[in-house]
Design a protein around this ligand. Structure first.
Ligand SMILES: [Zn+2]
Length: 269
């Protein structure tokens, strides 16, 4: 094969590898951002759970202070009831006391509800904190991975870049220009041709003259349709037909088969 073609094949391999590395480097920040978004959700859950607990605590204190107020009222009414002159005044005070007691009962129910809910609230907070801790560890790990991977990819891309430059100096300018243009436009610049006389990428059947030129391999030949640079790949060598294994070897390889034939076993004994 023409040495220019061999260099072009190597060059395209290197260009593909550099492109894959660049794609990987570009995708890494996206992966970090995805986990960061997950982390933000976990943080918000912890904050919401903490806020709910805090709100419950403040409501409980408010109810308890209201209970105390009502209790003070009741003892004040009781004191007053000792000094009243009329039955009517006494009844009025009793009614006030009853109202305050019913108020206290309602407030105590609310306090109890909060205390019962507290266990669930605390469990929710505990779970949210555990998830946050796990996500925080994950983001640290992912950032470290992204940092390492990027550095590794950059290093490999730089090494390949040097190899690429080296290869390009050995290929003539016109061919390189054609290669660069087709690679940019089509994602690949080369196509193999086999004995079916077709461009293996666009599947167009080549003109006989074009096919003959490819076989000669002297000048770069382009596909008329997709403009890729064509190179001939000979068919793989034919494998010689396998000889049948001798009969003895076969029966040795499958002793259980022999045992399964009682007639033969009986004949041998
Ligand atoms: Zn083609």
């Amino acid at each position: 094969m023409n040495s220019n073609l061999e260099k072009l094949i190597d060059l395209q391999q290197i260009d593909f590898r550099i492109a894959a590395l660049r794609a990987e480097i570009a995708a890494l920040p996206g992966e970090v951002a995805r986990i960061e978004a997950k982390l933000a959700v976990s943080k918000a859950r912890v904050e919401a759970a903490q806020a709910a607990l805090k709100a419950d605590e403040s409501a409980r204190r408010k109810h308890e202070s209201a209970i105390k107020d009502q209790q003070e009222k009741i003892s004040k009414y009781r004191d007053q009831s000792l000094k009243v002159k009329t039955n009517q005044e006494y009844k009025a005070l009793l009614s006030e006391i009853e109202q305050a007691e019913s108020q206290i009962a309602k407030l105590e129910d609310k306090v109890l509800e909060i205390m019962v809910a507290a266990d669930t609230r605390k469990e929710t907070l505990k779970q949210a904190e555990a998830a946050l801790k796990a996500d925080t560890a994950e983001i640290e790990k992912e950032k470290e991975h992204a940092r390492r991977q990027t550095a590794e990819d950059e290093k490999q891309a730089a090494e390949l870049g040097a190899q690429r430059q080296q290869l390009r100096t050995g290929i003539n300018d016109d061919t390189l220009r054609h290669y660069d243009r087709v690679l940019k436009l089509r994602g690949s610049a080369l196509a193999a041709v086999r004995d079916d006389e077709m461009c293996s990428v666009c599947r167009v059947i080549l003109r006989p003259q074009v096919y003959q030129d490819i076989l000669k391999g002297e000048e770069p030949v382009y596909c008329d349709y997709c403009h890729r640079i064509l190179y001939y790949v000979p068919p793989p060598p034919q494998e010689p037909p396998q000889e049948e294994a001798p009969q003895d070897a076969k029966s040795e390889a499958a002793p259980q088969q022999a045992a399964a034939q009682p007639d033969e076993a009986a004949a041998q004994s």
